[in-house]
Design a protein around this ligand. Structure first.
Ligand code: GAP
Length: 507
Protein backbone atom coordinates (compact mmCIF):
# COMPACT_ATOMS: atom_id res chain seq x y z
CA UNK A 1 0.00 0.00 0.00
CA UNK A 2 1.39 3.44 -0.93
CA UNK A 3 1.93 6.08 1.74
CA UNK A 4 -0.91 8.11 0.26
CA UNK A 5 -3.34 5.19 0.41
CA UNK A 6 -2.32 4.45 4.01
CA UNK A 7 -2.91 8.08 4.95
CA UNK A 8 -6.37 8.07 3.32
CA UNK A 9 -7.23 4.98 5.37
CA UNK A 10 -6.11 6.74 8.56
CA UNK A 11 -8.38 9.72 7.83
CA UNK A 12 -11.41 7.63 6.92
CA UNK A 13 -10.96 5.32 9.91
CA UNK A 14 -10.74 8.35 12.21
CA UNK A 15 -14.07 9.55 10.89
CA UNK A 16 -15.87 6.20 10.65
CA UNK A 17 -15.10 5.27 14.26
CA UNK A 18 -15.88 8.63 15.90
CA UNK A 19 -12.32 9.90 16.41
CA UNK A 20 -12.01 13.01 14.22
CA UNK A 21 -14.55 14.98 12.17
CA UNK A 22 -14.09 17.94 9.88
CA UNK A 23 -15.29 21.09 11.68
CA UNK A 24 -18.67 22.45 10.49
CA UNK A 25 -18.95 19.54 8.09
CA UNK A 26 -22.62 20.19 7.25
CA UNK A 27 -21.49 23.55 5.82
CA UNK A 28 -18.78 21.83 3.75
CA UNK A 29 -16.24 22.17 6.53
CA UNK A 30 -13.71 24.76 7.63
CA UNK A 31 -10.27 24.07 6.28
CA UNK A 32 -7.64 22.84 8.74
CA UNK A 33 -10.04 22.92 11.69
CA UNK A 34 -11.21 19.63 13.20
CA UNK A 35 -13.53 18.30 15.90
CA UNK A 36 -12.83 15.27 18.06
CA UNK A 37 -15.65 12.74 18.40
CA UNK A 38 -16.57 10.49 21.30
CA UNK A 39 -13.52 8.24 20.90
CA UNK A 40 -11.08 10.87 19.68
CA UNK A 41 -11.74 13.01 22.70
CA UNK A 42 -10.90 10.11 25.03
CA UNK A 43 -7.69 9.32 23.15
CA UNK A 44 -6.74 13.00 23.21
CA UNK A 45 -7.45 13.26 26.95
CA UNK A 46 -5.37 10.15 27.59
CA UNK A 47 -2.44 11.63 25.64
CA UNK A 48 -2.68 14.82 27.69
CA UNK A 49 -2.87 12.91 30.94
CA UNK A 50 0.12 10.71 29.99
CA UNK A 51 2.15 13.84 29.32
CA UNK A 52 0.93 15.60 32.47
CA UNK A 53 1.84 12.62 34.64
CA UNK A 54 5.34 12.41 33.18
CA UNK A 55 5.99 16.14 33.37
CA UNK A 56 4.13 17.42 36.45
CA UNK A 57 3.16 14.48 38.64
CA UNK A 58 6.55 12.76 38.48
CA UNK A 59 8.72 15.86 38.81
CA UNK A 60 8.67 17.62 42.14
CA UNK A 61 10.10 20.75 40.57
CA UNK A 62 7.54 21.14 37.78
CA UNK A 63 4.10 22.67 38.39
CA UNK A 64 1.14 23.37 36.12
CA UNK A 65 -0.58 26.51 34.88
CA UNK A 66 -3.71 27.36 32.93
CA UNK A 67 -3.31 30.81 31.42
CA UNK A 68 -5.79 32.63 29.19
CA UNK A 69 -5.88 32.53 25.40
CA UNK A 70 -6.33 36.28 25.14
CA UNK A 71 -3.39 38.30 26.39
CA UNK A 72 -2.31 41.93 26.38
CA UNK A 73 -1.19 42.85 22.82
CA UNK A 74 2.22 43.98 24.10
CA UNK A 75 2.97 40.36 24.96
CA UNK A 76 3.27 39.55 21.25
CA UNK A 77 5.38 42.59 20.53
CA UNK A 78 7.76 41.61 23.34
CA UNK A 79 7.85 37.96 22.30
CA UNK A 80 8.81 38.90 18.74
CA UNK A 81 5.72 37.34 17.21
CA UNK A 82 4.40 40.61 15.72
CA UNK A 83 7.63 41.17 13.82
CA UNK A 84 9.05 37.71 13.25
CA UNK A 85 6.35 35.04 13.33
CA UNK A 86 6.21 34.72 9.56
CA UNK A 87 6.11 32.03 6.93
CA UNK A 88 7.77 32.48 3.51
CA UNK A 89 4.96 32.05 0.97
CA UNK A 90 5.09 31.48 -2.76
CA UNK A 91 2.27 31.25 -5.34
CA UNK A 92 2.12 29.15 -8.45
CA UNK A 93 0.87 31.44 -11.22
CA UNK A 94 -0.87 28.66 -13.13
CA UNK A 95 -2.70 26.75 -10.40
CA UNK A 96 -3.08 29.93 -8.26
CA UNK A 97 -2.18 27.72 -5.29
CA UNK A 98 -0.14 29.10 -2.42
CA UNK A 99 2.69 27.14 -0.75
CA UNK A 100 5.23 27.57 2.00
CA UNK A 101 8.55 27.91 0.20
CA UNK A 102 10.43 26.07 2.96
CA UNK A 103 7.92 23.20 2.87
CA UNK A 104 8.32 22.82 -0.91
CA UNK A 105 12.05 22.39 -0.39
CA UNK A 106 11.60 20.07 2.61
CA UNK A 107 9.21 17.91 0.59
CA UNK A 108 11.77 17.75 -2.22
CA UNK A 109 14.43 16.56 0.26
CA UNK A 110 11.97 14.04 1.72
CA UNK A 111 11.44 12.57 -1.75
CA UNK A 112 15.18 11.97 -2.16
CA UNK A 113 15.30 10.50 1.35
CA UNK A 114 12.53 8.08 0.47
CA UNK A 115 14.51 7.01 -2.62
CA UNK A 116 17.44 6.21 -0.31
CA UNK A 117 15.11 4.18 1.93
CA UNK A 118 13.82 2.25 -1.09
CA UNK A 119 17.38 1.41 -2.18
CA UNK A 120 18.12 0.20 1.37
CA UNK A 121 15.06 -2.05 1.35
CA UNK A 122 15.96 -3.49 -2.04
CA UNK A 123 19.53 -4.19 -0.94
CA UNK A 124 18.34 -5.75 2.32
CA UNK A 125 16.23 -8.17 0.33
CA UNK A 126 19.09 -8.94 -2.04
CA UNK A 127 21.83 -9.47 0.57
CA UNK A 128 19.72 -10.92 3.41
CA UNK A 129 21.66 -11.47 6.64
CA UNK A 130 24.90 -10.28 5.06
CA UNK A 131 23.51 -6.77 4.54
CA UNK A 132 25.63 -4.07 6.19
CA UNK A 133 23.70 -0.78 6.11
CA UNK A 134 26.65 1.53 6.87
CA UNK A 135 28.80 -0.05 4.19
CA UNK A 136 25.94 0.14 1.69
CA UNK A 137 25.32 3.82 2.45
CA UNK A 138 28.97 4.68 1.93
CA UNK A 139 29.68 2.58 -1.17
CA UNK A 140 26.57 2.36 -3.34
CA UNK A 141 27.05 4.95 -6.08
CA UNK A 142 23.45 5.96 -6.51
CA UNK A 143 22.85 6.26 -2.76
CA UNK A 144 26.05 8.27 -2.30
CA UNK A 145 24.86 10.67 -5.01
CA UNK A 146 21.44 11.03 -3.36
CA UNK A 147 23.07 11.75 -0.02
CA UNK A 148 25.45 14.33 -1.50
CA UNK A 149 22.51 16.06 -3.12
CA UNK A 150 20.61 16.16 0.20
CA UNK A 151 23.68 17.60 1.94
CA UNK A 152 24.17 20.33 -0.63
CA UNK A 153 20.47 21.35 -0.58
CA UNK A 154 20.53 21.41 3.23
CA UNK A 155 23.53 23.70 3.17
CA UNK A 156 22.08 26.34 0.84
CA UNK A 157 18.64 25.94 2.47
CA UNK A 158 19.89 26.61 5.99
CA UNK A 159 22.05 29.52 4.75
CA UNK A 160 19.03 31.14 3.08
CA UNK A 161 16.81 30.63 6.13
CA UNK A 162 19.49 31.84 8.51
CA UNK A 163 19.82 35.13 6.62
CA UNK A 164 16.08 35.43 5.90
CA UNK A 165 17.20 35.65 2.28
CA UNK A 166 14.01 35.19 0.27
CA UNK A 167 15.79 35.58 -3.09
CA UNK A 168 18.18 32.74 -2.20
CA UNK A 169 15.22 30.59 -1.15
CA UNK A 170 13.53 31.25 -4.49
CA UNK A 171 16.76 30.37 -6.30
CA UNK A 172 16.81 26.94 -4.61
CA UNK A 173 13.26 26.28 -5.85
CA UNK A 174 14.24 27.37 -9.37
CA UNK A 175 17.54 25.45 -9.39
CA UNK A 176 15.89 22.24 -8.19
CA UNK A 177 13.14 22.78 -10.75
CA UNK A 178 10.48 22.17 -8.11
CA UNK A 179 7.07 22.04 -9.78
CA UNK A 180 3.62 22.82 -8.38
CA UNK A 181 2.00 19.51 -7.35
CA UNK A 182 -1.32 20.70 -8.84
CA UNK A 183 -0.40 22.34 -12.17
CA UNK A 184 2.99 20.71 -12.63
CA UNK A 185 4.37 24.09 -13.71
CA UNK A 186 7.44 25.93 -12.43
CA UNK A 187 5.85 29.32 -12.97
CA UNK A 188 6.34 30.79 -9.47
CA UNK A 189 5.88 34.28 -7.98
CA UNK A 190 8.51 35.85 -5.75
CA UNK A 191 8.47 34.76 -2.08
CA UNK A 192 6.74 36.99 0.51
CA UNK A 193 6.60 36.86 4.30
CA UNK A 194 3.19 36.34 5.95
CA UNK A 195 2.38 36.75 9.66
CA UNK A 196 0.60 33.76 11.15
CA UNK A 197 -1.25 35.33 14.07
CA UNK A 198 -5.05 35.63 14.09
CA UNK A 199 -6.21 39.09 15.05
CA UNK A 200 -9.36 39.87 17.02
CA UNK A 201 -10.86 42.79 18.94
CA UNK A 202 -11.65 43.37 22.59
CA UNK A 203 -14.54 45.71 23.45
CA UNK A 204 -17.74 46.78 21.74
CA UNK A 205 -17.28 50.26 20.35
CA UNK A 206 -14.95 50.84 17.45
CA UNK A 207 -13.00 53.72 19.06
CA UNK A 208 -12.43 52.09 22.45
CA UNK A 209 -11.76 48.58 21.17
CA UNK A 210 -8.31 47.05 21.45
CA UNK A 211 -6.62 44.90 18.83
CA UNK A 212 -5.69 41.51 20.23
CA UNK A 213 -4.27 38.25 18.95
CA UNK A 214 -5.33 34.71 19.64
CA UNK A 215 -2.21 33.19 21.20
CA UNK A 216 -0.02 31.37 18.66
CA UNK A 217 1.76 29.42 21.46
CA UNK A 218 0.95 28.72 25.11
CA UNK A 219 4.51 29.53 26.20
CA UNK A 220 3.98 33.28 26.65
CA UNK A 221 1.30 32.67 29.29
CA UNK A 222 3.99 30.87 31.27
CA UNK A 223 6.58 33.62 30.85
CA UNK A 224 4.30 36.44 31.99
CA UNK A 225 3.32 34.35 35.05
CA UNK A 226 6.86 33.26 35.83
CA UNK A 227 7.21 35.33 39.01
CA UNK A 228 3.61 34.75 40.16
CA UNK A 229 4.21 31.02 40.13
CA UNK A 230 7.76 31.16 41.47
CA UNK A 231 6.82 33.33 44.44
CA UNK A 232 3.63 31.45 45.36
CA UNK A 233 5.21 28.02 44.96
CA UNK A 234 8.59 29.05 46.42
CA UNK A 235 10.26 26.83 43.85
CA UNK A 236 13.99 27.23 43.42
CA UNK A 237 15.84 27.18 40.13
CA UNK A 238 15.94 24.82 38.29
CA UNK A 239 12.17 24.45 38.06
CA UNK A 240 9.53 24.15 35.37
CA UNK A 241 6.01 25.33 34.56
CA UNK A 242 3.88 23.14 32.33
CA UNK A 243 0.73 24.00 30.46
CA UNK A 244 -1.70 22.35 28.05
CA UNK A 245 -3.90 24.62 25.97
CA UNK A 246 -5.18 25.84 22.63
CA UNK A 247 -3.04 27.81 20.20
CA UNK A 248 -4.06 29.41 16.91
CA UNK A 249 -2.10 29.98 13.72
CA UNK A 250 -3.38 31.23 10.40
CA UNK A 251 -1.55 28.47 8.54
CA UNK A 252 -1.72 29.24 4.85
CA UNK A 253 -0.61 25.86 3.68
CA UNK A 254 -2.86 23.81 5.88
CA UNK A 255 -3.04 20.20 4.82
CA UNK A 256 -2.20 16.73 6.02
CA UNK A 257 -5.28 16.38 8.21
CA UNK A 258 -4.62 17.20 11.89
CA UNK A 259 -0.87 17.58 11.29
CA UNK A 260 -1.11 21.29 10.49
CA UNK A 261 -4.20 22.95 11.92
CA UNK A 262 -5.35 26.50 12.42
CA UNK A 263 -6.67 25.76 15.91
CA UNK A 264 -4.68 23.15 17.80
CA UNK A 265 -3.50 22.21 21.26
CA UNK A 266 0.00 22.36 22.69
CA UNK A 267 1.62 20.70 25.70
CA UNK A 268 4.49 22.99 26.65
CA UNK A 269 6.91 23.11 29.52
CA UNK A 270 9.28 25.97 30.25
CA UNK A 271 12.20 24.97 32.47
CA UNK A 272 13.87 27.91 34.22
CA UNK A 273 17.61 27.49 34.69
CA UNK A 274 20.75 29.34 35.62
CA UNK A 275 22.40 31.12 32.66
CA UNK A 276 25.35 29.08 31.42
CA UNK A 277 23.73 25.71 32.19
CA UNK A 278 21.55 25.65 29.07
CA UNK A 279 23.67 23.18 27.06
CA UNK A 280 23.53 20.60 29.81
CA UNK A 281 19.74 20.99 30.27
CA UNK A 282 19.18 20.93 26.52
CA UNK A 283 20.81 17.48 26.33
CA UNK A 284 18.96 16.26 29.44
CA UNK A 285 15.56 17.28 28.12
CA UNK A 286 16.26 15.80 24.69
CA UNK A 287 16.96 12.50 26.38
CA UNK A 288 13.99 12.71 28.76
CA UNK A 289 11.50 13.56 26.03
CA UNK A 290 12.71 10.80 23.72
CA UNK A 291 12.37 8.37 26.63
CA UNK A 292 8.77 9.49 27.12
CA UNK A 293 7.95 8.76 23.50
CA UNK A 294 9.61 5.36 23.57
CA UNK A 295 7.81 4.45 26.82
CA UNK A 296 4.63 4.06 24.76
CA UNK A 297 6.15 1.05 23.03
CA UNK A 298 6.22 2.52 19.51
CA UNK A 299 9.26 1.26 17.57
CA UNK A 300 12.41 3.36 17.96
CA UNK A 301 12.97 3.58 14.18
CA UNK A 302 9.93 5.86 13.94
CA UNK A 303 11.66 8.67 15.81
CA UNK A 304 14.68 10.79 15.04
CA UNK A 305 16.19 14.10 16.14
CA UNK A 306 16.50 16.86 13.61
CA UNK A 307 18.50 20.02 14.35
CA UNK A 308 16.77 23.18 13.17
CA UNK A 309 17.95 24.61 9.83
CA UNK A 310 17.12 28.06 11.09
CA UNK A 311 17.01 28.98 14.75
CA UNK A 312 13.82 30.79 15.80
CA UNK A 313 14.23 34.39 16.88
CA UNK A 314 14.39 33.31 20.54
CA UNK A 315 16.70 30.27 20.48
CA UNK A 316 20.43 29.51 20.82
CA UNK A 317 19.91 25.80 20.14
CA UNK A 318 16.88 23.88 18.91
CA UNK A 319 15.89 20.53 17.53
CA UNK A 320 12.78 18.57 16.70
CA UNK A 321 11.80 15.07 17.57
CA UNK A 322 10.54 13.90 14.21
CA UNK A 323 8.11 11.05 13.72
CA UNK A 324 7.61 8.79 10.75
CA UNK A 325 4.08 9.92 9.80
CA UNK A 326 2.29 8.30 6.83
CA UNK A 327 3.75 11.14 4.72
CA UNK A 328 7.32 10.71 5.99
CA UNK A 329 9.42 12.04 8.87
CA UNK A 330 8.05 15.37 10.17
CA UNK A 331 8.23 17.45 13.33
CA UNK A 332 6.34 16.07 16.30
CA UNK A 333 7.93 17.96 19.17
CA UNK A 334 10.33 20.88 19.54
CA UNK A 335 13.06 21.24 22.14
CA UNK A 336 14.33 24.79 22.33
CA UNK A 337 16.98 26.54 24.36
CA UNK A 338 15.25 29.94 24.53
CA UNK A 339 17.98 31.78 26.50
CA UNK A 340 16.60 34.77 28.46
CA UNK A 341 15.01 36.17 25.31
CA UNK A 342 11.40 36.07 26.49
CA UNK A 343 11.83 37.11 30.12
CA UNK A 344 14.30 39.89 29.23
CA UNK A 345 11.97 41.28 26.58
CA UNK A 346 8.94 41.13 28.87
CA UNK A 347 11.00 42.99 31.46
CA UNK A 348 11.81 45.64 28.85
CA UNK A 349 8.28 46.01 27.46
CA UNK A 350 6.42 45.87 30.81
CA UNK A 351 9.03 47.76 32.85
CA UNK A 352 8.50 45.15 35.59
CA UNK A 353 11.40 43.15 37.00
CA UNK A 354 11.22 39.46 36.11
CA UNK A 355 14.24 38.26 38.05
CA UNK A 356 14.96 35.32 40.22
CA UNK A 357 16.63 35.96 43.54
CA UNK A 358 19.14 33.28 44.41
CA UNK A 359 19.27 33.35 48.22
CA UNK A 360 22.28 31.04 48.43
CA UNK A 361 24.56 33.20 46.30
CA UNK A 362 22.82 36.46 47.12
CA UNK A 363 22.38 37.40 43.48
CA UNK A 364 19.46 38.07 41.20
CA UNK A 365 19.30 37.24 37.52
CA UNK A 366 16.97 36.65 34.58
CA UNK A 367 16.79 32.87 34.23
CA UNK A 368 17.45 31.08 30.97
CA UNK A 369 14.71 28.81 29.67
CA UNK A 370 14.68 25.35 28.20
CA UNK A 371 11.40 24.58 26.45
CA UNK A 372 9.77 21.33 25.40
CA UNK A 373 6.75 21.81 23.14
CA UNK A 374 4.57 19.16 21.58
CA UNK A 375 1.28 19.40 19.71
CA UNK A 376 -1.47 17.20 21.17
CA UNK A 377 -3.02 16.75 17.75
CA UNK A 378 0.28 15.76 16.15
CA UNK A 379 0.87 13.26 18.93
CA UNK A 380 -2.64 11.95 18.28
CA UNK A 381 -1.87 11.55 14.57
CA UNK A 382 1.47 9.87 15.31
CA UNK A 383 -0.05 7.31 17.68
CA UNK A 384 -3.21 6.78 15.65
CA UNK A 385 -1.53 6.32 12.26
CA UNK A 386 1.15 4.07 13.69
CA UNK A 387 -1.47 1.89 15.40
CA UNK A 388 -3.77 1.32 12.45
CA UNK A 389 -3.13 -1.88 10.56
CA UNK A 390 -4.85 -4.48 8.45
CA UNK A 391 -3.95 -8.06 9.28
CA UNK A 392 -4.41 -11.23 7.28
CA UNK A 393 -5.79 -13.99 9.47
CA UNK A 394 -5.22 -17.74 9.32
CA UNK A 395 -8.63 -18.38 7.74
CA UNK A 396 -7.66 -15.96 4.93
CA UNK A 397 -10.03 -13.27 6.16
CA UNK A 398 -8.62 -9.96 7.34
CA UNK A 399 -9.19 -7.60 10.24
CA UNK A 400 -8.63 -3.88 10.79
CA UNK A 401 -7.06 -3.31 14.17
CA UNK A 402 -6.01 -0.15 15.96
CA UNK A 403 -3.09 -1.28 18.10
CA UNK A 404 -3.08 1.74 20.39
CA UNK A 405 -0.80 1.64 23.43
CA UNK A 406 -3.31 0.32 26.02
CA UNK A 407 -2.74 3.27 28.36
CA UNK A 408 -3.99 5.62 25.61
CA UNK A 409 -6.91 3.52 24.36
CA UNK A 410 -10.31 5.28 24.70
CA UNK A 411 -11.93 2.13 26.09
CA UNK A 412 -9.80 -0.26 28.10
CA UNK A 413 -12.21 -3.17 28.37
CA UNK A 414 -15.34 -4.23 26.48
CA UNK A 415 -17.79 -6.48 28.30
CA UNK A 416 -19.66 -8.80 25.95
CA UNK A 417 -22.34 -11.35 26.92
CA UNK A 418 -22.10 -14.24 24.45
CA UNK A 419 -25.84 -14.09 23.80
CA UNK A 420 -28.62 -11.72 24.75
CA UNK A 421 -30.58 -14.23 26.88
CA UNK A 422 -30.28 -16.93 29.58
CA UNK A 423 -29.37 -14.29 32.17
CA UNK A 424 -25.97 -13.59 30.56
CA UNK A 425 -26.60 -9.81 30.13
CA UNK A 426 -27.34 -9.58 33.87
CA UNK A 427 -24.03 -11.25 34.83
CA UNK A 428 -22.21 -9.08 32.29
CA UNK A 429 -23.76 -5.88 33.65
CA UNK A 430 -22.84 -6.82 37.22
CA UNK A 431 -19.21 -7.19 36.15
CA UNK A 432 -19.41 -3.99 34.09
CA UNK A 433 -20.67 -2.02 37.11
CA UNK A 434 -17.66 -3.16 39.14
CA UNK A 435 -15.15 -2.40 36.39
CA UNK A 436 -16.48 1.00 35.39
CA UNK A 437 -15.59 2.51 38.74
CA UNK A 438 -11.93 2.03 37.79
CA UNK A 439 -11.67 1.88 34.00
CA UNK A 440 -13.37 3.31 30.91
CA UNK A 441 -15.39 0.29 29.80
CA UNK A 442 -18.06 -0.40 27.22
CA UNK A 443 -20.88 -2.89 26.94
CA UNK A 444 -22.02 -4.50 23.71
CA UNK A 445 -24.59 -7.26 23.19
CA UNK A 446 -25.52 -6.64 19.54
CA UNK A 447 -24.43 -8.96 16.69
CA UNK A 448 -22.40 -12.17 16.72
CA UNK A 449 -19.40 -12.23 19.06
CA UNK A 450 -16.91 -12.26 16.14
CA UNK A 451 -18.33 -9.01 14.77
CA UNK A 452 -18.22 -7.45 18.20
CA UNK A 453 -14.54 -8.38 18.57
CA UNK A 454 -13.84 -6.73 15.18
CA UNK A 455 -15.66 -3.58 16.30
CA UNK A 456 -13.54 -3.36 19.44
CA UNK A 457 -10.36 -4.09 17.42
CA UNK A 458 -11.16 -1.14 15.17
CA UNK A 459 -11.64 1.13 18.21
CA UNK A 460 -8.38 0.00 19.76
CA UNK A 461 -9.88 -1.65 22.86
CA UNK A 462 -7.03 -3.76 24.26
CA UNK A 463 -9.18 -6.31 26.13
CA UNK A 464 -12.59 -7.93 25.69
CA UNK A 465 -14.33 -9.98 28.36
CA UNK A 466 -16.89 -12.53 27.19
CA UNK A 467 -19.56 -13.84 29.54
CA UNK A 468 -20.92 -17.29 28.68
CA UNK A 469 -23.03 -19.94 30.40
CA UNK A 470 -20.08 -21.23 32.39
CA UNK A 471 -19.59 -17.69 33.80
CA UNK A 472 -22.99 -18.03 35.47
CA UNK A 473 -21.93 -21.24 37.17
CA UNK A 474 -18.36 -20.58 38.26
CA UNK A 475 -17.87 -16.82 37.90
CA UNK A 476 -15.06 -17.21 35.34
CA UNK A 477 -14.83 -15.22 32.12
CA UNK A 478 -12.97 -15.29 28.83
CA UNK A 479 -10.42 -12.54 28.40
CA UNK A 480 -9.42 -11.83 24.79
CA UNK A 481 -6.30 -9.90 23.92
CA UNK A 482 -6.66 -7.45 21.01
CA UNK A 483 -3.20 -7.92 19.51
CA UNK A 484 -2.59 -11.65 19.88
CA UNK A 485 -6.31 -12.56 19.79
CA UNK A 486 -5.54 -15.22 22.40
CA UNK A 487 -8.26 -16.09 24.89
CA UNK A 488 -7.87 -17.23 28.49
CA UNK A 489 -10.40 -18.21 31.11
CA UNK A 490 -10.00 -16.26 34.36
CA UNK A 491 -11.84 -15.52 37.57
CA UNK A 492 -12.63 -11.96 38.60
CA UNK A 493 -9.48 -11.46 40.65
CA UNK A 494 -7.23 -12.74 37.87
CA UNK A 495 -9.09 -10.58 35.39
CA UNK A 496 -8.35 -7.40 37.34
CA UNK A 497 -4.69 -8.43 37.62
CA UNK A 498 -4.48 -8.84 33.83
CA UNK A 499 -6.13 -5.48 33.18
CA UNK A 500 -3.76 -3.80 35.64
CA UNK A 501 -0.70 -5.33 34.03
CA UNK A 502 -1.86 -4.15 30.58
CA UNK A 503 -2.15 -0.60 31.87
CA UNK A 504 1.16 -0.53 33.67
CA UNK A 505 3.05 2.66 32.82
CA UNK A 506 6.81 2.40 32.31
CA UNK A 507 8.02 6.00 32.00
N1 GAP B 1 6.50 27.50 22.00
C1 GAP B 1 7.27 27.01 20.93
C2 GAP B 1 6.47 26.61 19.77
O1 GAP B 1 5.29 26.91 19.68
P1 GAP B 1 6.61 25.36 17.49
O2 GAP B 1 7.69 24.48 16.95
O3 GAP B 1 6.11 26.45 16.65
O4 GAP B 1 7.18 25.90 18.87
C3 GAP B 1 5.56 23.41 18.87
O5 GAP B 1 5.40 24.44 17.93
C4 GAP B 1 4.74 22.20 18.50
O6 GAP B 1 3.37 22.57 18.30
C5 GAP B 1 5.15 21.53 17.18
O7 GAP B 1 6.23 20.65 17.37
C6 GAP B 1 3.88 20.82 16.78
O8 GAP B 1 3.77 19.58 17.45
C7 GAP B 1 2.79 21.73 17.31
N2 GAP B 1 2.27 22.58 16.22
C8 GAP B 1 2.80 23.72 15.74
N3 GAP B 1 2.03 24.23 14.76
C9 GAP B 1 0.99 23.39 14.60
C10 GAP B 1 -0.16 23.36 13.75
N4 GAP B 1 -0.40 24.31 12.88
N5 GAP B 1 -1.03 22.33 13.87
C11 GAP B 1 -0.81 21.35 14.78
N6 GAP B 1 0.24 21.33 15.62
C12 GAP B 1 1.13 22.33 15.53
Amino acid sequence: MSQEEKFKKVISHAKEYGFVFQSSEIYDGLSAVYDYGQNGLELKNNIKSYWWKAMVQLNENIVGLDSSILMHPKVWKASGHVDAFNDPLIDNKDSKKRYRADVLIEDYIAKIESKVQKEILKAKKRFGDKFDKDEFLSTNNRVVQYQDKIKSIHLSFSNALEKDDLLALKKIIDDLEIACPISGSKNWTEIKQFNLMFGTKLGASSDSSMDLYLRPETAQGIFVNFLNVQKTSRLKIPFGIAQIGKAFRNEIVARQFIFRMREFEQMEMQFFIKPGTQKEWYEKWKEKRMKWHLSLGIEKENYRFHDHEKLAHYADAACDIEFNFPFGFKELEGIHSRTDFDLANHEKFSSKKLRYYDTQNNESYIPYVLETSIGVDRMFLAVFSNSLCEEKLEDNSSRIVLKLPPILAPIKVAVLPLIKKDGLPKVARELLDKLKLKYPVSYDEKDAIGRRYRRQDALGTPLCITIDHQSKDDNTFTLRDRDSMTQVRLNEKELIKEIESKLLVKF
